[in-house]
Design a binder for this molecule. Structure first.
Ligand SMILES: Nc1ncnc2c1ncn2[C@@H]1O[C@H](COP(=O)(O)OP(=O)(O)OP(=O)(O)O)[C@@H](O)[C@H]1O
Ligand SMILES: [Mg+2]
Length: 231
């Protein structure tokens, strides 16, 4: 047997294995055809998304993206560079023309999807720890923002899903685009700032937002982090 490495079993039950320069993602529940369509679309827009080599309803094979995940244990001197690379990627993604994007993650789509989703109450962020399903839902409905500042969002912009060249500290590729679509920019920024805070504290999160050219928006940040609990 060749060199096959089990990478992860995702929260949604996706299994990822690595072999001979490719990553094979298999899932009985994720829409991997949808993810393949989004990765391919993103790549055509000039964003370095992983190249799709093969796909089917429960299968997605991508070419290995070089580099290290942005959530790696970076030396302190590299952290600003990683944050800046994440900001640059976010800026480029959010600058894509909304009218050209065939995928929709507006609140009209995501709130009903959230209400129908299975929520893992044992895997909530610290601020929501101990909350019931009913509390989460009530808060989501009560704090839904009136307006949406629409851009093309990745939809799961975690530091795990972005790879960085350790020499140049530039983004080599982006993965896991199954929830990409048009949405308020805070769908991405809420998750990314949470992750960047884990990487380098509040200063890093502020640096990231400056790099994105966006003012803080505590209400949207709180709402979109809550929305993320449902997926
Ligand atoms: N093409 C690729 N190049 C390099 N690394 C990859 C590639 N595809 C997957 N990986 C690695 O496998 C990990 C898991 O893949 P991915 O993010 O697609 O699945 P997941 O997070 O488990 O999925 P889901 O969130 O849908 O359950 C990534 O964080 C990355 O480390
Ligand atoms: Mg992932």
């Amino acid at each position: 047997m060749g060199d096959v490495e089990h990478v992860t079993t995702g929260q949604s039950g996706a299994t990822v294995t690595r072999a001979a320069g490719t990553y094979r993602k298999e899932s009985a529940t994720d829409d991997l055809l949808g993810e393949a369509a989004r990765l391919t679309w993103l790549r055509r827009q000039g964003i370095p998304a992983a190249e799709v080599l093969e796909c089917g309803p429960g299968l997605l094979v991508t070419a290995e993206v070089p580099g290290r995940p942005a959530d790696d244990d970076w030396p302190p001197a590299a952290r600003d560079g990683v944050v800046d690379a994440l900001a640059e990627l976010t800026r480029a993604l959010h600058a894509l023309p909304v009218a050209d994007c065939p995928f929709d993650r507006r609140l009209a789509v995501t709130v009903p999807a959230a209400l129908a989703a299975d929520v893992d109450l044992d895997d909530l962020d610290e601020v929501h720890r101990g909350w019931s399903r009913e509390q989460l839902t009530a808060e989501l409905l009560a704090t839904r923002p009136a307006g949406e500042d629409l851009v093309v969002c990745h939809g799961d912009l975690t530091t795990q899903n972005v790879l960085i060249d350790p020499e140049t500290l530039t983004v080599t590729g982006v993965l896991d685009a199954g929830r990409l679509g048009v949405a308020d920019r805070w769908l991405d920024l809420a998750v990314a700032t949470r992750e960047v805070t884990d990487l380098g504290g509040e200063d890093a999160a502020a640096r990231y937002l400056r790099g994105c050219g966006v003012e803080p928006d505590p209400a949207k940040q709180t709402f979109y982090r809550l929305l993320d609990e449902f997926f």
